[in-house]
Design a protein around this ligand. Structure first.
Ligand code: GDP
Length: 222
């Protein structure tokens, strides 16, 4: 069994209990967490959602993270980019993965939504390359891990502007399939949000966030 799945199973029971013991919603700090490989456009999306620039450390990696920005009564949390990082050693990369996993384990109760950002234009090539080496792409492992933890998740398929119009549906169908969702992608519009953060075209993600916020709003507070 894969490492992340194993960890999710090990934690599922205690997290389930924590959920049952959770504080009333109105007392909970709520978080929307952004997660993704380096260079997928996570900081650009963070800026679009919060109006705040993610502080960039001297070195890509974990020094400045997790970075939080408050919008209304929700904290947006930017996690360090995982995967290939310029000048980051293998040990640093492993440390980053551990930090990400631990964060989700420790903060599961507070997390309203996990937004996993991918570069839709290169995701399929990267996934093919990993699978060609007999490895499970970390994106897929992470998606399964978040699901196994019972977190609400959405896949932000970013950089859609780099995919030709006529290929958009086909690419989104393939991405869905890779992530374990049966195509067509149009039946998963609450789980996959095609966006272009650089162009400010993020309405699908705004819609999903809006729904989650409305749904979790304590009664009588609107
Ligand atoms: P991060 O490392 O995941 O935080 O990625 P950044 O937000 O720093 O973006 C990495 C690069 O991708 C930058 O050059 C961005 O301008 C670019 N980028 C971000 N979003 C988009 C997008 O929607 N489309 C395109 N074409 N480029 C984007």
């Amino acid at each position: 069994m894969r490492l992340l799945q194993l960890r999710a199973l090990q934690n599922a029971n205690s997290i389930g209990i924590l959920f049952k013991l959770a504080l009333p919603l109105e007392n909970m700090v709520r978080e929307i967490v952004l997660i993704g490989r380096s260079n997928v456009g996570k900081s650009t999306l963070f800026w679009e959602l919060t109006g705040k620039k993610v502080r960039i450390g001297k070195r890509p990696g974990i020094t400045q993270y997790p970075f939080k920005a408050r919008v209304g009564d929700v904290f947006y949390v930017d996690m360090p980019g995982y995967g290939f990082m310029l000048r980051a050693s293998r040990a640093d990369q492993e440390k980053t993965k551990d930090l990400i996993v631990q964060y989700f384990e420790q903060h599961a109760q507070e997390i309203l939504l996990a937004i996993q950002v991918i570069d839709a234009a290169s995701f399929l090539d990267i996934a093919d390359r990993w699978e060609g080496r007999g490895e499970v792409p970390f994106e897929i492992e992470l998606w399964e891990f978040l699901g196994d933890m019972g977190l609400d998740t959405v896949l932000a398929a970013n950089k859609m502007d780099r995919i030709a119009k006529q290929d958009v549906d086909g690419a989104l169908d393939l991405i869905c399939e890779r992530m374990g969702m049966l195509p067509p992608w149009t039946q998963w519009t609450d789980k996959i949000a095609p966006i272009s953060a650089k162009r400010g075209q993020i309405q699908p993600i705004r819609d999903i966030v809006g729904k989650k916020l409305a749904w979790k709003q304590p009664q009588g507070s609107i």
